[in-house]
Design a protein around this ligand. Structure first.
Ligand SMILES: C[S@@+](CC[C@H](N)C(=O)[O-])C[C@H]1O[C@@H](n2cnc3c(N)ncnc32)[C@H](O)[C@@H]1O
Length: 370
């Protein structure tokens, strides 16, 4: 597939600002007919939480038209709407390389014009109204000048803290130039539209998706989410497809209310009750899939409390799970949890992944009855 030519180092004046085909401040025109034949391919890269790369690569493999895939980088001529539906991804960036040895090179007339065209096109597609730079050294005089030049050229406000269009500059991995990554959506994809209520200790939705995907999705599953917090696992599972039943419980009334608000915003119908997960009164073997994001011992719970809670939790979940059922657990209390599994004559456990998120490095496990 032909790739767009890389920008040259020559310093000829760019006429982008006056080009009738320039995307600056133009209105989006609706593509007619089959977009596959009409849209040029661009190169993209997916930003994912470290540890979720394999899951994101699998998800990307299902995107029609994505091609020349190398890890999380790929070329794509299709509609952004499809990429914006990726669930394991923090953000999608359009990426382009320039033959400049250092960021100062972007201040050349031609490079600046090309960069402005690139950014304006992303803003046109993504509907951003402001931008910010996310480079190391973004406070430097070169980057400050770049920001102010771009502001004049593309007509977006430069907002260093909250700009919607995040532009990252970094040296090329295999090459001597620099590349620019432009985030395609004003907010990260991991900040789900349904999340109208945030809770301390709320799970990153891409982590929830990864756990759900690896725990397996079956329409006939009766699903229980003890310790449901703001409802991340319940909502993400419900958005993936049907299940035979789904219920969440949390001991904290504020968490239950928070989950109910998020569920409503997601336009789902999921029962969440204020109940102690260890004393539900439900019959034995009520569920086929139990999903649990246990207290990690910092934002929620304490390490001492978890030493009591975790063994009691495993005992009660063993009672509530069907013979062939699966128990998916995500926790940051790795030593405690693994110690319990090593001593267990009841559970067989498999590690699903370890991810890095917000200074934490939680692990996910899938347990089944021995
Ligand atoms: C790590 S948070 C869950 C966060 C959730 N996954 C989310 O995305 O918001 C753990 C939750 O467990 C709840 N919890 C702790 N002990 C519980 C118990 N015995 N029964 C039910 N919920 C409990 C806490 O109130 C807290 O909401």
């Amino acid at each position: 597939m032909p790739r767009p030519a890389r920008s040259s180092r020559s310093d000829r004046r760019s006429d982008n600002r006056h080009d009738p085909n320039s995307p600056f401040k133009r209105k989006a025109s609706k593509p007619k007919g089959d977009y596959r034949e009409r849209q040029p391919a661009h190169e993209y890269v997916l930003d994912v939480l470290p540890g979720l790369e394999a899951i994101a690569e699998n998800e990307l493999a299902d995107v029609p038209l994505a091609r020349d895939i190398r890890g999380l980088r790929f070329w794509y001529p299709g509609d952004m709407e499809r990429l914006n539906r990726l669930k394991s991804v923090v953000a999608v960036y359009r990426i382009k390389a320039w033959d400049v040895p250092r960021p100062r090179g972007f201040l050349g007339n031609q490079q600046l014009g090309e960069l402005a065209t690139f950014v304006a096109e992303v803003a046109r597609v993504g509907g951003h109204t402001s931008f910010r730079l996310g480079a190391a050294g973004k406070e430097s005089s070169v980057m400050q000048r770049l920001a102010s030049e771009l502001e004049g050229l593309i007509g977006l406000t430069h907002n260093a803290e909250e700009g919607e269009l995040l532009l990252r500059f970094r040296p090329e991995e295999h090459g001597e130039g620099w590349e620019v990554l432009a985030r395609m959506t004003p907010r990260p994809l991991s900040a789900r539209a349904w999340r109208v209520c945030n809770m301390n200790g709320g799970l990153n939705a891409t982590l929830a998706y990864a756990v759900l995907k690896l725990a397996g999705q079956r329409d006939e599953d009766r699903i229980f989410n003890p310790m449901s917090g703001s409802g991340t696992l319940l909502i993400e599972r419900s958005l993936m497809g049907p299940s035979a039943a789904m219920v969440g419980v949390d001991i904290d009334p504020a968490a239950v209310e928070c989950a109910q608000r998020n569920i409503k915003a997601a336009k789902r119908e999921i029962e969440v009750a204020c109940v102690d997960a260890l004393n539900t009164g439900l019959p034995d073997r009520s569920f086929d899939l139990i999903l649990a994001d246990l207290p990690w011992g910092d934002a929620i719970g304490t390490h001492g409390g978890n030493e009591v809670l975790y063994p009691a939790f495993l005992k009660e979940m063993y009672r509530l799970l069907s013979r062939q059922g699966r128990l998916a657990v995500i926790t940051h209390e790795i030593k405690l949890f693994q110690g319990l599994l090593e001593d267990s004559t009841e559970w067989y456990a498999r590690e699903l992944f370890q991810a890095f998120s917000g200074g934490h490095h939680p692990k996910a496990y899938l347990l089944s009855k021995r």
